[in-house]
Ligand binder design. Structure first.
Ligand SMILES: [Zn+2]
Length: 437
C-alpha cells in the first residue's frame, strides 16, 4: 500500500526544500518531489520538517540498565567494578529488557538504525536473539554486530563473552542466515578490540564480513592505556599493527580511534578504513577526544555513535552531532572546525554508508526511515537556520513522529509499539537485581 506525506520542509541531503511530498510503499521511499506531482493518498503533516532518521553506528544496548551505577568513575573502575560484575548478573530476559529500553529511548530521540555491538554470548546465539526480538518489538532497524572475544584474551572479562574465533565466525554466519530476508535486521562480525582479539581473530572476522558483504566492527585506540598495551604486546601502535598484519581496508570499521597520530590517520585514509566517533562516551569515560576534523581533512569517513547506555548516558545521535561539534571546537580553539552540515551528514547518510545501508536519506529507493520535526517547537526558533538549530539547539521535544521502514514507531513523541509503564516496570525489576549486593 502506498501513502504520500506532505510537509512544509523536507531535507534533500544538502538543505531544506519547501512543499515537497514523499511517497512511501513497501517500506521504501518511492517518490520525492513537489507535492503537486507526487501521486497517492495524501496526508498533510502540517507545519513540520521531514528529516532522515538518524543512524547510531555504535552501541551496547545491554548497558542501558547500568546507568547511574557506572557514572562518575575512572575508566578502570567503570569496567572492573561495574561493567564486568554487572554483566554477569543479566539473564536472557534482562538482556531483552535492557535492549528494549535502549531501542525505545533511541527511537524517541529520532534514531531509526542502531548498531548493537553484542558480546554476552553464553556460548551461543540465544541472547543475541533476545536483542533481535527487542528490536522487532520496538520497531527499530538493527545491525547486530556479533562480537569475537578470544578465549585467552588477557583481560578480566567474564567467561560468557568468550569464544574461539572459528566458533564466533560460525555463529555469526548462522545468525546472519536466520535474519536473511528480514528488512529490519542485519548481522555483522565484530572482533572486540586489540586487547580481546588477536590479529588472526580479526582476519577471520574480516573474512566473514567480506562473505556477508557487511562491515567488520572493531573498537580501536579508545583510551591511551590501549596504545601502551598494544606496543608492549606487538611492538607497535594500533593502526600500524593493523597495517602490518594486512587488516586495514574498506571492510574494517574502527570504533573510537581516539589515540592515533597523523601518520596513522593517513594509513586509515589510504586504506579506506572508516571511523565511528563516539564523542559523548569518550568524554563521559574520560578517554579523550578523537581528531575528527583532521580525519575528515584527509578523507576518512566518520559516522557517529552514542556507545553503551552506561557510557554516555543518552541514546541520541542528535546529541552526538552537537557533542562532536562542541568538542572539536573546544579542542582546536576554533569555532569553525566542525560545522552543523558536516555533523548532520555524519549522523545520517555517512553512518548508514558505513553500515552498508541506503538509509539516512529521504530519496527514492531508500528505506523509508524519517523523523518529523515540529517547527513550532521553541528550540527550533528563530526560523531560517533549521539545519543549524537541529545540531545546536534542538531538544527531543521537537521530534514528534518517527518512521522506520514505512511504519510510524513514534507518534506525538510516544513509542507506538511499546507500553511505557510496562517497560518501566521491567526496567525496575532488572535494576533491583543489579543494585542488590
Ligand atoms: Zn563500544
Amino acid at each position: 500500500m502506498s501513502q504520500t506525506y506532505k510537509a512544509r520542509l523536507t531535507w534533500t541531503g544538502y538543505g531544506f526544500a519547501e512543499d515537497l511530498a514523499v511517497a512511501v510503499s513497501d517500506g521504501a521511499f518511492t517518490n520525492v518531489g513537489p507535492s503537486s506531482e507526487v501521486a497517492g493518498p495524501l496526508e498533510d503533516l502540517g507545519d513540520v520538517a521531514l528529516f532522515p532518521g538518524t543512524v547510531n553506528a555504535h552501541g551496547h544496548a545491554f548497558q542501558n540498565v547500568l546507568k547511574g551505577l557506572a557514572d562518575d568513575r575512572t575508566f578502570a573502575s567503570w569496567r572492573d567494578d561495574v561493567l564486568y560484575p554487572a554483566s554477569e548478573k543479566l539473564d536472557a530476559e534482562d538482556i531483552y529488557t535492557s535492549a528494549l529500553f535502549a531501542f525505545t529511548e533511541a527511537l524517541r530521540a529520532g534514531i531509526t538504525t542502531t548498531v548493537d555491538f553484542f558480546y554476552l554470548h553464553d556460548d551461543g546465539n540465544a541472547n543475541a536473539r533476545e536483542v533481535i526480538r527487542a528490536a522487532k518489538d520496538a520497531g527499530i532497524r538493527l545491525v547486530l554486530a556479533r562480537t569475537f572475544y578470544d578465549l585467552d584474551a588477557p583481560t578480566k572479562a567474564p567467561a560468557r563473552y568468550r569464544e574461539d574465533a572459528v566458533t564466533s565466525a560460525r555463529r555469526t554466519r548462522e545468525l546472519a542466515e536466520e535474519s536473511a530476508g528480514d528488512e529490519l535486521i542485519s548481522v555483522h562480525p565484530a572482533p572486540h578490540s586489540l586487547h580481546a582479539a588477536t590479529p588472526e581473530t580479526i582476519g577471520i572476522a574480516l573474512e566473514v564480513a567480506r562473505d556477508l558483504r557487511v562491515a567488520c566492527h572493531l573498537h580501536l585506540a579508545e583510551a591511551s592505556y590501549e596504545v601502551e598495551q598494544v606496543k608492549q604486546r606487538y611492538g607497535t601502535t594500533p593502526v600500524r599493527l593493523l597495517e602490518r598484519e594486512g587488516l586495514l581496508g574498506p571492510d574494517l570499521l574502527t570504533i573510537h580511534s581516539v589515540w592515533i597520530d597523523d601518520e596513522e590517520i593517513d594509513m586509515l585514509a589510504e586504506a579506506g578504513t572508516a571511523v565511528v566517533h563516539c564523542p559523548g562516551a569518550n568524554a563521559f569515560l574520560g578517554d579523550g577526544i578523537a581528531r575528527v576534523p583532521e580525519m575528515l581533512a584527509k578523507g576518512v569517513n566518520v559516522g557517529l555513535g552514542p556507545d553503551g547506555g552506561c557510557a554516555n548516558n543518552r541514546q541520541s545521535v542528535f546529541q552526538e552531532m552537537r557533542m562532536a561539534c562542541l568538542l572539536a571546537k573546544a579542542r582546536l580553539t576554533d569555532g569553525s572546525v566542525l560545522t552543523a552540515d558536516t555533523a548532520l551528514a555524519m549522523g545520517t547518510r555517512v553512518g548508514a554508508e558505513l553500515l552498508r545501508s541506503r538509509a539516512g536519506r529521504i530519496q527514492e529507493g531508500c528505506p523509508a526511515d524519517m523523523v518529523v520535526l515540529d517547527l513550532s517547537e521553541l528550540s527550533l526558533q528563530p526560523p531560517g537556520y533549521l539545519h543549524k538549530h537541529i545540531v545546536n539547539s534542538m531538544t527531543e521535544r521537537a521530534v514528534s513522529k518517527v518512521m522506520v521502514g514505512g511504519r510510524w514507531t513514534v507518534i506525538d513523541g510516544k513509542p507506538v509499539q511499546i507500553d511505557g509503564s510496562e517497560l518501566n516496570e521491567r526496567i525496575a525489576r532488572t535494576a533491583r537485581k543489579l543494585h542488590s549486593p
